[in-house]
Design a protein around this ligand. Structure first.
Ligand SMILES: CC(C)(COP(=O)(O)OP(=O)(O)OC[C@H]1O[C@@H](n2cnc3c(N)ncnc32)[C@H](O)[C@@H]1OP(=O)(O)O)[C@@H](O)C(=O)NCCC(=O)NCCS
Length: 251
């Protein structure tokens, strides 16, 4: 009797799991395809469905977004925070996300409430689509289609990132970016537009970005050097005057 019950339970669990795989596999086919296309390490649809935190976060987000849209904001937030706990990816239920989003690795990704993402966007770990802390209302970025945001990059404020834009790892973008461009550095500068190097990038040695702290220290060092030099000169001229007075007295 117990054996039959256990078998029944096992069949039920497996059927539910298979059903879930079929349903999620169908509903999220664009995202699974995007992952297989953009991650060379992705070995198959089932692996993506079962082991990719980016996809799990997106599944939870779609449910939370539906709750949010239905006015159930508290359950939506609870679901979004539970998803964050398991995946390390925080997507506000109010964000609007198109088809084919791929979040690689995921940990540390934040997508703010009024963010809008077009189709086929790729986000790497540590990306923030955030506000600047000053504005209310629409305060997060709008990303076009086919945008890639590199690991650790921050895209801040109600700015527009055009279609086919690549944002370099660790860039901090706070201004609009035209389509078909590459943005790198802090603050983000357009290094390439329509496949060509831009004048904005001409003065930017990417391997050796200016460090404001180092520049301030260098200015301070020069000032100290100047003051030392002036003090030494003053001291020497006093010495000379004293010597001259001594010579006169002796004479
Ligand atoms: C920006 C990026 C998308 C390349 O785009 P691209 O259009 O092919 O641009 P290029 O490689 O031709 O680089 C353009 C310029 O930006 C510089 N650059 C590229 N990435 C940069 C970065 N992250 N930070 C600063 N400068 C960077 C290049 O040195 C080049 O400078 P140059 O014109 O003086 O030679 C890529 O470098 C990048 O950062 N991708 C993110 C990948 C990532 O996060 N991977 C994580 C995997 S876990």
């Amino acid at each position: 009797m117990i054996e039959e019950l256990l078998w029944g339970l096992a069949v039920l669990v497996l059927s539910v799991a298979a059903l879930k795989i079929v349903v999620f596999g169908t509903v999220f086919r664009h995202e699974i395809k995007a992952t297989l296309e953009r991650d060379p390490a992705a070995s198959g649809p089932l692996t993506v469905l079962l082991t990719y935190p980016g996809l799990h976060a997106l599944i939870a987000y779609r449910m939370a977004h539906a709750l949010h849209g239905a006015g159930l904001r508290f359950p939506a937030r609870v679901l979004s925070q539970a998803s964050r706990f398991f995946t390390g990816i925080e997507i506000h239920p109010g964000a609007r996300i198109g088809k084919g989003l791929f979040i690689d690795h995921g940990m540390g990704v934040v997508i703010g409430e009024t963010s809008v993402l077009g189709d086929n966007v790729t986000l790497f770990q540590g990306v923030t689509l955030g506000g600047t802390g000053k504005d209310k209302g629409k305060r997060h970025p709008t990303l076009g289609n086919n945008v890639t945001v590199g690991a650790g990059a921050k895209v801040l404020g109600n700015i527009r990132i055009g279609d086919n834009v690549s944002i370099g790892a660790n860039a901090v973008v706070i201004r609009d970016v035209p389509p078909n461009s590459t943005v790198v550095g802090v603050p983000g500068r357009i290094a390439r537009r329509e496949g060509r190097r831009t004048s904005e990038s001409a003065d930017l040695d990417h391997g050796n970005l200016p460090d404001p702290l180092q520049q301030a220290l260098e200015r301070l060092r020069r000032e100290v050097h100047k003051i030392e030099h002036e003090l030494r000169e003053g001291h020497e001229s006093q010495e000379r005057q004293r010597e001259r007075r001594g010579d006169k007295n002796a004479g």
